[in-house]
Design a protein around this ligand. Structure first.
Ligand code: KG4
Ligand code: ZN
Length: 382
């Protein structure tokens, strides 16, 4: 089953085409195309993602990216495909706020025949609404002209299923999913497929956001996560004592803004040497890893979970991966851990396509008359 998915929730325009086979509990996927056009450099100047700018860049990149995806997957057939005046009017209405895009879209769509795919998928939230709308309208437009079903996918569900790309083990339930990205920090209990309950979350900053803010305090560029981990690697013995916020509270919640503030005071009015920067990066990273591990393993124990799934950009952090492996070897040998492979760790559309495949395969596609962007979409309110 071939699925073309589009993801525009933040500062990456991503399009993937996958061919999925197998049942929900043992799927496998051929990736026919996996494209990500990152705007990170553009937003770096502002120290974070600017929604209006993200929207404009998505609109600029999305047609060339679609073309590249179709060419790469050998699904592009150049052949005149004429739209009726009515269809064109409908498309212009759909792209009412991006009239330029409407014209380019019509020109492109009339130059190729509909590709042999079974369905379309798009991220509807959470994320930046102006950015999300570009992907949603674009995918809806494709659905209209190619007469394909459009499946709306929650971005966080995409991160949860991202480890399925390469894993052949079956996820056994109950499972705990740890979601750690630039916008979210959540512990989700999964009693079964698509049965999500958020049992813990951050009360202030997301963990990736904390990495980005601390990097900024240290004068390192955006996105800060990879920078902090690079600098932390230079240091073996941290000397600043940063707090481990909420590490012993009886819930599964997190708080990272106090940690950021502690770094603020540690660096305030100081000209840091490289050695000091590395110290702080290392200590910050250690503090984050300790609380993430403590709360995650507490949840695993409390709910008798058999699997741990981790998704979101922060799991790119090698020190965190290593620490999880150590804890598992020492104490939790029976636990199955599912981590995404590198290509699907940070935002991408392959994970959105995988989620759509699982929904289709299980017959659990939500019938949405209207697909709307939802900046704060929660995974357990599906
Ligand atoms: O999942 P993602 O690509 O986008 C969101 O949905 O937010 O996550 C991006 C976040 C950024 O905050 C980035 O700094 C962080 O993931 N990140 C890392 C690392 N690589 C990316 N954080 C810590 N260590 C890393 N190696
Ligand atoms: Zn993400």
């Amino acid at each position: 089953m071939k699925i073309l998915a589009i993801e525009t929730s933040c500062d990456e325009t991503a399009i993937s085409i996958i061919d999925g086979q197998g049942e929900v509990d043992s799927p496998n996927f051929d990736v026919l195309s996996h494209l990500i056009s990152s705007q990170a450099e553009l937003h770096a100047k502002w120290g974070g993602v600017v929604p209006g700018l993200a929207k404009r860049e998505h609109a600029k990149n999305i047609i060339p990216l679609l073309d590249q995806a179709l060419v790469g997957s050998k699904l592009k057939k150049e052949q005149e495909y004429t739209l009726s005046e009515n269809q064109k009017e409908e498309l212009k209405e759909l792209f009412i706020h991006e009239i330029d895009l409407a014209e380019k879209f019509i020109e492109y769509i009339e130059s190729i025949s509909p590709p042999e795919i079974d369905a379309l998928a798009v991220t509807y939230g959470p994320g930046l609404e102006p950015a999300l709308w570009v992907g949603i309208n674009f995918t809806k437009a494709l659905g209209k002209v190619w007469q394909k079903q459009v499946i709306a996918i929650n971005h966080m569900e995409g991160h949860i299923v991202s480890p399925l790309l390469e894993n052949t083990k079956k996820i056994e339930f109950p499972a705990i999913a740890l979601l750690i990205s630039g916008g979210h920090t959540e512990i989700v209990l999964m009693r079964n497929w698509f049965d999500y309950k958020i049992i813990g979350q951050t009360r202030d900053d997301a963990v990736g956001e904390a990495f980005d803010k601390v990097a900024r305090l240290l004068g390192l560029p955006y996105p800060g996560g990879p920078q902090i981990s690079l600098w932390a690697e230079k240091e073996t013995d941290p000397f600043v004592d940063l707090p481990r916020p909420m590490i012993n509270t009886p819930d599964y919640d997190f708080s990272f803004s106090g940690l950021k503030t502690a770094v603020f005071y540690a660096v305030k009015d100081k000209k840091l040497s490289d050695k000091e920067k590395a110290h702080i990066a290392k200590e910050f990273q250690e503090a984050v890893i300790e609380v993430l591990i403590k709360k995650t393993f507490k949840a695993l124990e409390d709910f008798g979970a058999k699997s741990l799934v981790i998704g979101g950009g922060v799991i790119a952090n090698k020190a965190l991966q290593e620490k999880i492996n150590i804890v598992q070897r020492e104490k939790y040998q029976d636990l199955n851990i599912f981590l995404p492979e590198n290509s699907v760790i940070t935002d991408n559309a392959t994970m959105i396509a995988i989620a759509a495949y699982l929904h289709l395969k299980s017959g659990k596609v939500k019938r949405r008359e209207m697909i709307e962007a939802s900046g704060n979409a929660k995974i357990d309110q599906e």
